[in-house]
Ligand binder design. Sequence first.
Ligand SMILES: [Zn+2]
Length: 82
Amino acid sequence: MVIVHCARCGEEREGAGKVGLPGSLGAAIEARICAVCWQEWLGTQIRVINHYGLRPAEREDREKLYEITREFLQLAEPAPEV
Ligand SMILES: [Zn+2]
């Protein structure tokens, strides 16, 4: 069991573990998101997919979904300094 300092809730909790998402997003979730927040996202994700009518088989829709995932989990890249 891995304890992470969660980027979303700010708690020290058991990590989400392997989430099966590609690249930096999957790595960021595994390193910085707790199991509780991840479960919350899995529930929300279904509503997001329905709300936007996303087809996760389509690359473009998948990227949109990953973007929303980052926002929800507060893993978004910090806004560049102006
Ligand atoms: Zn959390």
